[in-house]
Design a protein around this ligand. Structure first.
Ligand code: SAH
Ligand code: AVI
Length: 325
């Protein structure tokens, strides 16, 4: 386990973001701040909700295609970005192991305890391999994942959709830079579909997504001495059909004053005023191919489920690209 994000550094980054985002108009926070230990646990529960189709759909594709992915990549090292519990990743680990290839697993996540638990659990079920858990930010620490074997880098769950288009482009270029000529990249993204299905996935009947979203305020209260009243804010989800992304926000139920002690910041919220907390983009196959190509990655194969809800794309470094390592 390597910690590349020390506690002080994390708190400083949170302070910087909170100062910039909470005083902006409209107000915003980055989605990575949703994942303290409780946030990771809430997300894990969301993945089991009947309305939240992405996880089970991606799992179904992985179960169907793992053998093909193993044959196409021949990887001995699996590297996972934003790994969380790595639950679906086990399907790939098992397929690589069954083929006698698997030697190493590396996972990168900002959520330290969840990452540790996942890494130890995987080591317990694959005692013969090396497991490296890197506590870090995939927007900053990808170079730490360079080197070692024939690698398959995976970024699952549609987490890339939580980044803005410019941030996505940077991340994909970063991935390209850590890939050697024999390495490959497997990307999971959710596809454009009936907005009603998307709305349901982010407005579940048990209110878990609302809890996940509101947890941000608990984090700000705990880490920055803020005094957000959770009952004063409401979870809101809007599917923006122009950008083809979900926008999650926390909307002030009334006019209210919030103090953020650690920043010596006084915030006045109007009734109905929002803090934007997360976007979650849907994709189209041509868009995925184009974004990968712009980063110097060539699509080898794209798989979807029978309902066309979710896509897994396998890409490799494009020799013709100027970004070649
Ligand atoms: N891959 C898992 C988890 C998805 S939840 C799945 O498919 O179900 C998103 C994960 O990304 C969380 O574990 C969160 O902690 C992590 N994450 C979010 N922003 C991150 C960042 N900037 N750097 C590293 N990890 C990040
Ligand atoms: C991690 N990520 C892909 C999830 C998503 O669907 O965008 C996070 C999430 N937010 C609300 N529900 C789930």
């Amino acid at each position: 386990v390597e910690v590349h994000l020390g506690r002080d550094e994390v708190v400083q980054a949170l302070r910087d973001d909170a100062r910039a985002g909470l005083t902006a108009s409209p107000r915003w926070m980055r989605p990575k701040w949703l994942y303290d230990e409780r946030g990771s646990e809430l997300f894990d529960r969301i993945t089991r909700l009947p309305e939240y189709y992405p996880t089970r759909t991606e799992r179904a594709i992985l179960l169907e295609r793992a053998g093909e992915i193993v044959r196409l990549t021949g990887a001995d090292t699996l590297v996972e970005l934003g790994s969380g519990t790595s639950e679906k990743t086990r399907i790939l680990l098992e397929a690589l192991d069954a083929a006698g290839l698997l030697r190493r697993f590396e996972a990168l996540d900002v959520s330290e305890q969840t990452l540790r638990d996942a890494a130890f659990a995987i080591l317990a079920s694959h005692p013969g391999i090396t497991v490296r858990a890197v506590v870090g930010d995939f927007e900053r620490h990808l170079p730490l994942l360079a080197g070692h074997g024939v690698r398959l880098v995976v970024f699952l769950g549609g987490t890339i959709g939580n980044l803005l288009p410019d941030e996505r482009a940077l991340l994909l270029r970063g991935v390209r830079q850590i890939l050697g000529a024999r390495d490959a990249f497997l990307l999971g993204v959710d596809l454009v579909k009936d907005p009603a299905e998307i709305d349901a996935a982010y407005n579940d009947s048990q209110g878990l997504t609302a809890e996940f979203n509101l947890n941000l305020l608990l984090i700000l209260n705990r880490e920055l001495g803020a005094d957000f009243d959770l009952a004063g804010f409401e979870h809101r989800e809007v599917y923006d059909t122009v950008h083809e992304w979900v926008e999650l926000s926390l909307v002030s139920r009334r006019e209210q004053h919030v103090r953020v002690a650690a920043l010596d910041l006084e915030l006045d919220f109007a009734a109905g005023e929002a803090i934007y907390t997360e976007i979650s983009a849907r994709f189209r196959p041509q868009g995925i191919t184009a974004e990968l190509a712009a980063a110097g990655l060539r699509v080898v194969q794209m798989w979807t489920d029978s309902g066309g809800a979710f896509a897994l794309t396998l890409a490799v470094p494009d020799d013709l690209s100027p970004g070649s390592a």
